[in-house]
Design a protein around this ligand. Structure first.
Ligand code: PLP
Length: 373
């Protein structure tokens, strides 16, 4: 049975060149980057050149990139620091952020008694920017935490506009760019973003490694104590091969961006056309969406909702969240709940997410299997 992987917003296959690079580093660069001898210095050099590569691609300074184990860790670190050390008394976010952000903010709310305001989400998945503007008028010291591309619907937030609103109202801006880094150009010299987080496994790099961009001038306090790694802000021996793999993956993503984006855009259009041709009442959840994510509400009976992911899975097809009800569970997606109402929420929604490794044949297989459900 051919496996069809259409869940690239969950994670992506690693590029072969990235695997080769990581194997090379594991075999040859086994030194501890904190050791002062040449073998250690050589490993340290790999880390610093990876930092430079990433900084150059994002148009920021190398000293503004800090390596972490994941975007989740980076978000926890930044938001906690903002409240504990930068005197932030209020966080503005939205109810459709990733749980890495939402649950961190909820924990901080309990622990530090901060105010949390949620920007309204419109039924098309976009933010209500007028509401954000209104919320920002308060005098309270504020951090805004809003993602770039939503991981369930693909809806794109206007980071330039949010950054400008934050600047005008003296608020800090933390942006989760996990779904967009490596898939679109991001120039930190042009956007007013103070903190950004990213994760290598979303751009064909390894799992268990990510990074934070922390704008020059901000000093984060550690959440892990120990050695002097990452300016002493994040102790623990660096995972040299993962960091090297992440830098390589980001470099290749930007090198091939134009051709891969065009290819994926065409696949997404083809997929939606085929869905419409076979299920004319299908609807897309969200508008102004990113080119690799298609979230659709299928005009199926609600009795099919609970088992749809399972039924596709046994046919070798991996698609994912976006279901109003997750496979086997009746808990609705916290994102779709903000956008869809009534009967439609009970019907199955699917998140289909693409990479350049997908083909039209994958989509044809998906459609055939959906027709059999
Ligand atoms: N933010 C978004 C938008 C995501 O899609 C994910 C991963 O699913 C994360 C954060 C968490 O990233 P990580 O897997 O590096 O913890």
């Amino acid at each position: 049975m051919k496996k069809v992987y259409l869940d690239n917003a969950a994670t992506t296959p690693i590029r072969q060149e990235v695997i080769d690079e990581m194997v090379k580093v594991m075999q040859l660069e086994y030194g501890n980057p904190s050791s002062t001898h040449s073998i250690g210095r050589s490993a340290k050099a790999i880390i610093e050149s990876s930092r430079k590569t990433i900084a150059k691609l994002l148009h920021c300074q190398a000293s503004e990139i800090l390596f972490t184990s994941s975007a989740t860790e980076a978000t926890n670190w930044i938001l906690r620091s903002a409240v504990r050390d930068f005197g932030i008394k209020r966080i503005i976010t939205s109810k459709i952020e990733h749980h890495a952000t939402l649950y961190t903010i909820q924990a901080l709310e309990k622990e530090f008694n901060i105010v949390v305001d949620y920007v309204k989400t419109l039924s098309d998945g976009n933010l209500d920017y007028a509401h954000l503007e209104e919320l920002l008028k308060s005098e309270m010291s504020t951090l805004v935490s809003l993602m770039h591309v939503n991981n369930e619907t693909g809806v794109i937030n206007d980071c330039k506009r949010i950054g400008e609103l934050c600047r005008e109202n003296k608020a800090l801006f933390h942006c989760d760019t996990v779904q967009s880094i490596g898939k679109t150009e991001i120039s930190l010299s042009e956007l007013n973003i103070d903190f950004l987080v990213a994760s290598a496994h979303k751009f064909h790099g390894p799992k268990g490694v990510g990074f934070a961009f922390v704008k020059k001038g901000f000093v984060l306090q550690p959440i892990l104590f120990g050695g002097e790694q990452e300016k002493g802000w994040r102790a623990g021996t660096e995972s040299v091969h993962q960091i090297a793999g992440m830098a390589k993956a980001l470099e290749l993503s930007y090198l091939h961006l134009d051709e891969e984006r065009k290819y994926i855009e065409e696949l997404k259009s083809y997929c939606f056309e085929q869905l419409k041709a076979n299920f004319p009442a299908v609807k897309q959840n969200g508008i102004t969406t990113f080119y690799n994510i298609l979230n659709v509400l299928l005009p199926f009976d609600e009795t099919k909702t609970a088992m749809i992911l399972f039924n596709l899975d046994i046919k070798g097809i991996a698609v994912s969240r976006g279901s109003a009800c997750q496979s086997g569970s009746q808990k609705p997606s916290h994102v779709l709940v903000e956008m869809i109402t009534g009967e439609n929420l009970k019907k199955p929604s699917l998140r289909i997410s693409f990479s350049h490794y997908n083909t039209k044949e994958d989509i044809d297989i998906l459609i055939t299997c959906l027709k059999e459900i």
